[in-house]
Design a protein around this ligand. Sequence first.
Ligand code: NDP
Ligand code: CA
Length: 336
Amino acid sequence: RPHRDLVSTHGPAHCCHYSAEPSIRVMQWNILAQALGEGKDGFVRCPLDALDWQERKYLILEEILTHRPDIVCLQEVDHYYDTFLPVMASLGYQGSFLAKPRSPCLDVEHNNGPDGCALFYSRARFSSTATDHLRLSAMMLPTNQVAIVQTLRCRASGQQLCVAVTHLKARSGWERFRSAQGADLLHRLQAITSRVAAATSSSSSSSTAAESGASGGQAGDPPLVVCGDFNAEPWEDVYRRFLESPLRLDSAYRLLSADGQTEPSFTTWKIRPSGECRSTLDYIWYSHDSLSVDMLLDIPSEEQVGPDRLPSYHYPSDHLSLLCDLSFKERPHRLM
Ligand code: NDP
Ligand code: CA
């Protein structure tokens, strides 16, 4: 496995934050559906036996186990019920899965069922307040893409957090479609965070909505984390929509760059018969008013990725995992 450093975003001077809660480790990863990797993708430089599920699943689980995230957001999961659900449950995670309505995996012979998004969270750290399963729309019409929104409450502090996972429509020529799916997702996230804020303020007679937690889009909204394979480079409209949304989101991996504004140069890198494809498509968005990024897992170098690119014997997916540590920003009055 290519070695990847955990990089502090604060520099050596910063050794602690003011939140009572230890940071929350979040993983975002398109793990490559087994049926697509073997039957559709055409990774011409990847040896066939590197795609064997009986080997590859251990590399995926090893990556998760190495970092032990508190929250794991996955796309292209077509082994949820037979692999991830039982293994992750035994490791202390609670999970949720949402299949794509018409997964392309079903077109592959000997498929293992549809692929979809999966979201896991540590049962020790969080309890669930709500789980929303969404089918994304574009221009008012339902699409083949989905999202899970999980509302969590930290057991230690009582603080709430909404986490979403999604996988937008792939391929070039579909930029407007992706943008419409992103707009729909933002809209529905706004409704969910408002609903959580309303429920919190009505159940708490001693505090006003503005006092009931760190603020998201509106004062009182819970902080939000959106993980996804957006299938969109940073110049696409859907990226701009997220960056400029009233939900006040920022993309965590921009903080790896020297200017804090630039995404990594790739999150996926593969060679198909049509040629080499190196692109930045995967993101972890977070509420920048209420959360701060403490650590990020570095992106491997071109040399580490190797001349045959991804996937490979060393790395099980054509997408890199993204990993960050987030902490709640405390408001000054809460520190008194
Ligand atoms: P997408 O276009 O979003 O892509 C599906 C998968 O293909 C993604 O996981 C994507 O991976 C991968 N992919 C992207 N580019 C390529 C490529 N060049 N070669 C191989 N794989 C690639 O899928 P949809 O959900 O829109 O479904 C597409 C397919 O599903 C259709 O072609 C059809 O077979 C089937 N379908 C059938 C329907 C029906 O009613 N019969 C309805 C809808 C879909 P990544 O995200 O990593 O890029
Ligand atoms: Ca894929």
